[in-house]
Design a protein. Structure first.
Length: 64
């Protein structure tokens, strides 16, 4: 896990997986408010938003 400061408030938590889950990379940003989350424009290098995909929940990834 890498912690990448995005600005003075937000940090990107970047998980780079190895082994069976490679080359999966997940970026997570936690927001102090729902409004800030709704206004967020992700960096261009972010891929598909998988926020609501259970496929990428830790409980499912750990069973892989």
């Amino acid at each position: 896990r890498y912690m990448l400061p995005l600005d003075e408030v937000l940090t990107i938590e970047l998980d780079v997986f190895e082994g069976d889950l490679a080359p999966l990379v997940l970026a997570e940003v936690e927001f102090p408010s729902e409004e800030m989350a709704m206004d967020f424009v992700p960096p261009e290098w972010f891929g598909e938003d998988v926020t609501f995909s259970t496929k990428y929940h830790n409980s499912n990834l750990s069973q892989g």
